[in-house]
Design a protein around this ligand. Structure first.
Ligand SMILES: Nc1ncnc2c1ncn2[C@@H]1O[C@H](COP(=O)(O)OP(=O)(O)OP(=O)(O)O)[C@@H](O)[C@H]1O
Length: 255
């Protein structure tokens, strides 16, 4: 079993302007309770979602509180150690793409982590197939659409085989085909026993793919529960300034 635990985390970018207030939450794999399910983090713009996942990845340091991976503080781990354990797909793919061919980009993270050639070839083939990238492997990512670039970053991080994978808004700019590939990837990662966490604004995608939902509001966790209970709670959804997924609205009309 693997565990990621956040204890009493507070954070501010600037003095006297606290962004996260005493946040505690945990994620794990391999148990049958809801902390092991693929988890969506939802909430209005500015709620603190991106800040929370940056802290999880060790990109910024908390003012107070702890982030523990298997009972070890991530603050004691090197950047390389964290990279091996925690993969993160940023909101904007342009922040994450460095190479001038898709295949070099897919290989890049694995090379940095010292994967052997056979494994690199195997993983590139797997993610290229999963995200329909075989026809563009020799292309420059910047000659491709934003949606394809985003899928390339998801594929690159998956290829590195991290134990924990965090997505920041993976569905931005995606059409139905892209969303289907992402759904398949999330299911697969979960079946492989990875901890899957994603920030999302697309409530339909949340409802279809994430059995556990964390609602953030003004730097706090308002609720952490199953998607059914979260979206059934109209007062909660309203307080957090969110929408109810269409499927839930229809089910309620039928009642
Ligand atoms: N680098 C920064 N410096 C100062 N303030 C920041 C910085 N990044 C974010 N903030 C502020 O922190 C607060 C939380 O931002 P954050 O990006 O975590 O929210 P979010 O819930 O991810 O929003 P969004 O859905 O728009 O991405 C906001 O008020 C934002 O203006």
């Amino acid at each position: 079993m693997m565990q990621l635990e956040i204890k009493n985390l507070s954070f501010s970018y600037e003095k006297n302007q606290q962004i996260l207030h005493n946040v505690s939450v945990s994620f794990q794999n391999g148990s049958d309770d809801q902390t092991s399910l693929p988890t969506a983090i939802i909430g209005q713009n500015g709620a603190g979602k991106s800040t929370l996942v940056k802290l999880l990845k060790g990109l910024i340091k908390p003012d107070q509180g702890q982030i523990l991976q298997d009972n070890q503080a991530i603050s004691t781990q090197s950047v390389a150690e964290i990279a091996r354990q925690i993969g993160m797909v940023f909101q904007n793919p342009n922040d994450q793409i460095f190479k001038n061919t898709v295949s070099a980009e897919l290989e890049f993270g694995m090379k940095n982590l010292g994967f052997d050639k056979m494994k690199i070839r195997e993983n590139v083939a797997f993610v290229a197939e999963l995200f329909s990238l075989n026809d563009v492997l020799d292309k420059n990512p910047y000659d491709l659409s934003l949606s394809t670039r985003k899928l390339i970053t998801v594929a690159s991080v998956m290829a590195m085989d991290p134990k924990i994978i965090i997505f920041d808004e993976p569905t931005i700019a995606q059409d139905l085909r892209g969303k289907k590939a992402l759904s398949k990837a999330i299911k697969l990662l979960s079946e492989q026993g990875k901890i899957v966490i994603s920030i999302l604004h697309d409530m339909e995608f949340v409802y279809d793919n994430f059995p556990r939902v964390i609602v953030m509001n003004e730097g706090e966790i308002l609720a952490d529960d199953t998607r059914e209970r979260i979206f059934d709670d109209e007062a909660l959804i309203k307080k957090a300034g969110l929408d109810t997924p269409v499927a839930v609205k229809i089910a309620k009309l039928k009642k």
